[in-house]
Every structure is written in C-alpha cells, then in structure tokens.
Write a protein of this length. Structure first.
Lengths: 255, 262
C-alpha cells in the first residue's frame, strides 16, 4: 500500500514538475549555462579538468537546485494551492504523501545530468566513456534518493519560517561549493570539510565521479544511503512536530 | 513639487514597498545580500581552481553583476506585479503622466542595486582580500552607478513584456543566468565564441564590467569614459524600448480589454 502510494505520488509530482517552466529552467537550462561558464573558464585557464568532470558537476548542481527550490517550498506550495489540509486530513501519514514529492523534485535533477551530458556531447563532442556504467546506474539513483530525503528535511524545517524562499535562494551557491561539485574541497578553508561530510551531494558526487572515471564508488554509495536514512528520520520527526503544532494552533492554512 | 515629480518620487517609493517581494528584512538579507556574497565566493573559487584569471577579475565581475539581481528581478516585479496583483487597471485608469509612473519605479531599484554591489565589494575586501587601486573608489562608484542604471533599464524591458507575457519571471531568470555567461562576468569577452561575445556586447553589464576592471587596476576615469558612455547608451536604448513597449501594451490592453488577462 505504502509502496503503491509512493509510486503513484512520485509519478504524479514528476509529471507536474515537468510541466513547470521554472523547473525546466532550474533543472535543464541553468546547469547547461553553468557548465558552459565552467568550461570556458577552464579552457582559458591552466587547469586540466575534463569536460565530463564539469558536465557531471554541473548536472549535480542542477539536482541540488531542483531539490532545494522544489522541496524547500513544498509545504508552502501545497498551502498556497489549498491542498495542504487535504494532505493532512487524508488517512495515510503526511510523511507518506510528502516523501514522493520531495523525491520527485530530486528526480527532476535527472534532466540536469542528461542535459549537461547531452550539451557536452552535441556542442563539444564530449566522449561519454564511463569506466563503470553499471555502478553509475546505481550511484545516480542512490544520490537522487538521498537528496530527496534531504528535501524532506528541508521541507519540514523550512515551513517553520515565513521566508523559506529566501533560505532557498541563500543555500544554492554555498552547497555547490561545500560539496565539491566543481571546486575540490582541498581548495576551500579547512572548516568546510566537516560540513561537507553531512551533505549527501558530497558523497553522491564522489560516487558518480568514481563510477565515471574509475575507482571504488560503493563506500560513497553506502554513505549516500546512510545519510538519506538519517535525513528521513530527522525529517519525519520535524514533520510530526509541524503537524502537531499546526493542529494545536489551527494554523495549517495560515501563511 | 510638481505632480509629475511627485508621481516619480512618491509613486516610485510606494511601488517599491508594495511590489518588491524581497523587501522584508529576512528575505532582503538572504536574497539580496547573502546570495550575491556566495555567488562572488563561488566564482572566485572556481576561478582559482581553473587558473584562468586573478581573483580581482571575478570579484569585480560578480560584484558588479549582482546589481543586476536588483535591477532585473526588482524592476520586473515593479512593473509586472501590477498585473499579477490586480492593480494594473486602477493604475492605468488614472490620468497620471506615464513617463513619471514608469521612470519613478526605476529609482529605488537603482539605489538598491548600488547598495548590493557596494556590499559585494566590501565583503570581497573583507573575505577575499580584494584591494582596488589607490584612489580608484570614486571612479568605481561611477562605473557601478552607470552599470546599475543600464541593468535596471533591461529589467524595465522585461517588466514591460510582463504586461503581456504569461510567465515573465522565467524570462527574467534566464536573462540573469545568461548574463553570467555572455557579459564578461566570469569569462573575458574575447575568450567566448564570437557569436556569444557579440550578444554580450549588446547587453548591459559587459562594458560597465570592463570599465570597472580597468578602474580597479588603476586606470583613471577618463580612460574608460568610452566604455561607460557605451554602457549608458545601451541602457538608454533598453529604457526607451521598455517605455515604448509599456505604452503599446497599455494601448493594446485597453483596445482588447485584456489588461489583466493571462
């Protein structure tokens, strides 16, 4: 029953998000633009980074942006659309209804990876040679799932703040930096590294690069899954707290 | 104060307070100060890793470009939100001078854009050890002013299109990100493919950023006056196009009774 609910909800939200011009921008156009910027910067510089390295990094930047903007405002959007009361009043737990949405926002990020790989292939003749394609086929969904669960945590905590959109705007660049999507963590101040450990895009990016360029991606995939479960637990707790407060204070539909 | 001047100043200020969604303190700090700061840090670190230019190149480029956030998004909201919030019809029913209504909206966003850009430079001075050439600050301020005005003019144009288009914020976002690519913010215009560079030279920012970089490295204002004049002319062209579109869409909206239809 729960699996069916998750599957139907995920497909529904995926279709719904695909029809949003904003998410097309965030998940397809923006990563391609950033991949182009990085490519031209590297081309005119001394760093010998490969195009595939940049394309994968920009793709993951898109997954993070889609998760951040999609999940960060998920509850608020349901509230504005007048569907939040229906979700809370429905027999299944709110978690079972919200999780498909947050995972769908991360899944939209697949468009980012596909978009940046296609961009590299079509415009720059980039070779799509992956060392471990099967591992990549596991690493990518594992990364997306863990980001979806991080999205649940964002959704259930951002809702406590009226200016959740501002948090979303604020957190885009720092996480791109702190998770080493383009710039290696060794170039950043030392205090950033421990922060990167608790962010699943760090491990997802490492897993995807190991799978693409050669290396053992499985420990990183394991870290993605473990962090995803931690996010799920924390998100469930925060969501229960939000639901309890909203029922007690009768503030569910108030923005 | 004449009626038109009052509409220009008071109407512009009221419009800014009413229509600019990011004016609440929390929202303003996170969006207009936090996000630009991290944009500067991000591209400076990418630049360090790529080894293409020195820090000052990215700091000046991005600290000027963040003024476009206020200019483009703010100005788009300042015009297009009239339609979205249902206040366009009453506004256009008044006999007020249209140029005063239109131009008055730009002033707060110019001030805002300058504030954001100055914040970007100060933050870079504190965090990235950015040091412009001695005595260059007044000339740098002129470059910021001119470039912010031209960005606001582009925002006016997008806002005017928003009087007709269904989803103008998609266009505003797309333009903002494309400017990062084609306007010499992070890549020197000469390093871009010819056609991308040509697009960049027709947009606000490109010449202003080039001028600001030269000023920051010690060039006197006179040496970059040509670049700043070009930037100002580009801004003027966009502002004129925006005003013409505004009047055309107003006339069309009246004729078809479609001012607030989507």
């Amino acid at each position: 029953m729960t699996a069916r609910l998750f599957g139907i909800g995920w497909v529904f939200h995926l279709k719904s998000l695909t029809h949003s011009l904003f998410f097309v921008l965030v998940s397809v156009l923006q990563p391609v633009i950033f991949a182009s910027i990085a490519f031209f910067m590297f081309e005119s510089g001394s760093q010998t980074g490969t195009l595939l390295y940049l394309a994968l990094g920009a793709g993951l930047m898109g997954i993070w942006s889609a998760t951040l903007f999609g999940s960060g405002g998920a509850i608020q959007w349901q509230r504005w659309q007048g569907t939040l009361e229906l979700m809370v009043g429905a027999p299944p737990p709110l978690l079972a209804l919200l999780l498909p949405l947050t995972v769908a926002t991360a899944t939209i990020g697949i468009y980012s990876v596909a978009g940046t790989l296609l961009w590299g292939r079509l415009f720059f003749g980039m070779a799509l040679d992956f060392e471990h394609p099967l591992t990549l086929a596991v690493a990518l969904p594992a990364t997306i799932l863990s980001l979806g669960m991080l999205g649940l945590l964002l959704a259930s905590t951002f809702v406590l703040y009226r200016n959740a959109n501002a948090f979303s705007n604020l957190l885009e660049y720092p996480v791109w930096l702190a998770t080493g999507l383009i710039v290696p963590l060794s170039l950043l101040p030392g205090w950033v590294t421990p922060i990167s450990w608790i962010l699943s895009p760090t491990w997802g990016m490492r897993a995807i690069r190991d799978a693409a360029f050669g290396g053992n991606a499985w420990p990183e995939i394991g870290m993605c899954i473990a962090l995803g479960l931690v996010y799920l637990g924390l998100g469930a707790l925060a969501l229960r707290n939000f639901e309890r407060l909203a029922r007690t204070r009768a503030t569910l539909s108030l923005t | 104060m004449s009626v038109s001047a009052r509409i220009f100043f008071v109407g512009g200020a009221i419009s800014y307070r009413a229509l600019f969604n990011w004016i609440q303190p929390g929202m303003y700090v996170a969006t207009m100060l936090g996000s630009p700061l991290f944009q500067i840090l991000f591209f400076t670190y990418v630049g360090r890793y790529a080894g293409s230019q020195d820090d000052a190149f990215f700091i000046v480029g991005n600290a000027i470009q963040v003024a476009a956030m206020a200019g483009i998004f703010g100005m788009t909201m300042g015009i297009a939100n009239e339609r979205q919030y249902g206040t366009l019809q009453p506004l256009l029913a008044t006999p007020a001078n249209r140029l005063a209504i239109f131009a008055g909206r730009a002033l707060p966003f110019v001030v805002n854009g300058i504030a954001v850009s100055v914040f970007g430079f100060v933050a870079s001075w504190l965090l990235l050890d950015f040091r412009p050439a001695d005595g260059s600050v007044p000339a740098l301020a002129v470059a910021i002013l001119v470039t912010t005005c031209s960005c606001v003019a582009l925002g006016m144009l997008i806002g005017s299109i928003g009087l007709r288009a269904r989803d103008v914020f998609f266009g505003a976002n797309l333009v903002y990100f494309l400017m990062l690519l084609v306007c010499g913010v992070n890549i020197a215009n000469d390093d871009l493919p010819g056609w991308l560079g040509a697009i960049g030279r027709c947009l606000p920012l490109t010449h202003g950023i080039e001028a600001a970089r030269e000023i920051a490295s010690g060039a006197p204002l006179g040496d970059v006056s040509g670049l700043l004049a070009t930037e100002a002319l580009i801004g003027l062209a966009y502002a004129t196009a925006a005003y013409v579109l505004f009047r055309v869409f107003e006339a069309e909206g009246r004729r078809r009774a479609s001012l607030e239809t989507y």
